[in-house]
Ligand binder design. Structure first.
Ligand SMILES: [Zn+2]
Ligand SMILES: [Zn+2]
Length: 457
């Protein structure tokens, strides 16, 4: 006997993602049934199921609710941790964009991960570069001429090219190739991936260094997504080792063993300061100062003493920040405590874990006293939300505190998570994401484990 299908929530509602075609399970609770568990949302006006990150309903064009930000006030209790895994070898952190995580592996494979229970990463595209994954990469909402539209793009770099992958597509292409006889200053091998050099990108432009091999100088190139605006090479910097460039708030900053340069994009003017008795830190190899993967310990901005640059490095055997004040032509060295940790703030700026305080650079957050911060671990900051690791005497159990509306304690257990394996720490939509490289052996099962919490009802 065959039973006629009974009343079910599965009445032919299909997944809205192209190429999926699965029926949505009644227990889908906001995610597709397929292995990728892409988020879905039901339109409140017409009931059509739409991709969870869409802005408008594909049935009636009504505006869909935006991706929420973390808000611990909406939670009755601390959420449980969820774990995910992305296979591959990684030299950089996953990047969050519109609720998904994007990962670039050492072999150039780009994967997209939904922050859903049991989600598997989706192989999205290949960069066609064997060394782009050894360099810092970026996702920007690139603004092109005339359209007013922003196109989300992943940008990556190697010594031969700047690569771009529009996130809506599965095809990467070359955005820029250096002229004959020149190369981009970028990492070529996994061993070089610890060097703080590569690409800087913002929504309007991207910057990188070009040089002729064998010479003792480089030029900073800035190129715009708006094709009406000509590219520039405004700075010539002497040296053989380079830190940066970094670019935010209209400032492009780069440093060598000799000097630091800040270029003010709108005024098209640069400032330079020559180092005396200071050695910048060019790689992540320092045991004194932790720098999270994908972060460059270099920053510039305007403070109460005018235009300032900060460069991590050493003076007289001490590790710390060199603060350069361009308007008054002087510098000041600020030692950092052992196992301080530098991480990125979102959308721009840096967070510095000073063990009893967090200092924010280029972020609208006052430095605060936080009690006991875990040495060597990063701080996450996005808008008004902040998260950090509490110091605990356990290799297995980890405690975090998040401020999002109200403070909330989170915890998880994993012996593989520590200061040496930590790869990324940040917010993604309403979630908090910790990623770390596991395990060191055997090689075939290498990948990135991701612990995350949803911080909104
Ligand atoms: Zn689906
Ligand atoms: Zn609708």
């Amino acid at each position: 006997m065959t039973l006629a299908p009974t009343e079910s929530h599965e009445t032919g509602v299909q997944c809205p993602y192209p190429g999926c075609g699965r029926s949505l399970r009644p227990d889908s609770s906001g995610f597709c049934a397929c292995e990728y568990r892409d988020p879905v949302v039901v339109c409140g006006s017409c009931g059509v199921v739409c991709p969870g990150r869409a802005r408008y309903c594909r049935g009636c064009r009504a505006a869909l609710p935006p991706i929420g930000e973390p808000d611990c006030r909406t939670l009755a209790s601390a959420p449980r941790v969820e774990f995910l895994f992305v296979p591959g070898i990684f030299h950089g952190p996953p990047l969050a964009h519109r609720g998904f995580l994007w990962c670039l592996a050492a072999d150039g494979q780009v994967m997209r991960l939904s922050l859903a229970p049991d989600a598997h990463p989706r192989e999205w595209a290949s960069m066609g570069s064997q060394s782009a994954g050894s360099n810092r990469y970026a996702i920007v909402d690139a603004s092109f001429r005339g359209t007013g539209e922003h196109r989300p793009m992943l940008l990556a770099i190697d010594p031969e090219a700047v690569w771009s992958l529009p996130l809506a597509e599965h095809q990467a292409s070359v955005l820029y190739r250096p002229p004959r006889g020149q190369e981009i200053v970028a990492n070529r091998t996994a061993a070089e991936s610890i060097l703080f050099r590569g690409l800087a990108a913002a929504n309007d432009a991207y910057a990188f260094l070009l040089r002729s091999p064998g010479t003792r100088e480089a030029v900073m190139a800035i190129r715009y997504f708006n094709e009406d605006r000509a590219g520039e090479q405004p700075i010539r910097i002497s040296g053989t080792s380079f830190l940066g460039p970094v670019m935010e708030d209209g400032l492009a900053t780069v440093c060598s063993e000799d000097e630091v340069w800040v270029y003010r994009n709108t005024e098209q003017a640069g400032d330079c300061f020559e180092f005396k008795n200071f050695a910048p830190m060019f790689s992540r190899s320092s045991g004194d100062l932790a720098v999270l993967l994908g972060v460059t310990p270099l920053w510039a901005g305007t403070g109460d003493r005018g235009l300032e640059a900060r460069i991590a490095g050493t003076r007289d055997g001490q590790t710390g920040w060199l603060r350069v004040f361009f308007d008054r032509h002087y510098d000041e060295f600020m030692p950092l405590p052992k196992q301080a940790c530098i991480s990125r703030a979102d959308p721009s700026g840096l967070c510095v874990n000073l063990l009893d305080t967090v200092e924010f650079l280029g972020v609208d957050q006052a430095p605060r006293h936080y009690g006991n911060l875990e040495p060597g671990m990063p701080v996450a900051c996005s808008g008004s939300s902040v998260a950090y690791w509490n110091r605990v005497d356990s290799a297995e159990r980890h405690e975090l505190t998040v401020f999002a509306g109200v403070p909330l304690g989170l915890e998880f257990e994993d012996r593989d998570s520590n200061a040496n394996t930590c790869c990324g720490f940040g917010f993604s939509g309403p979630g908090l994401v910790v990623s770390y490289i596991v395990p060191l052996k055997p090689k075939c099962d290498r990948g990135m484990r991701i612990a995350h919490w949803r911080l909104r009802k």
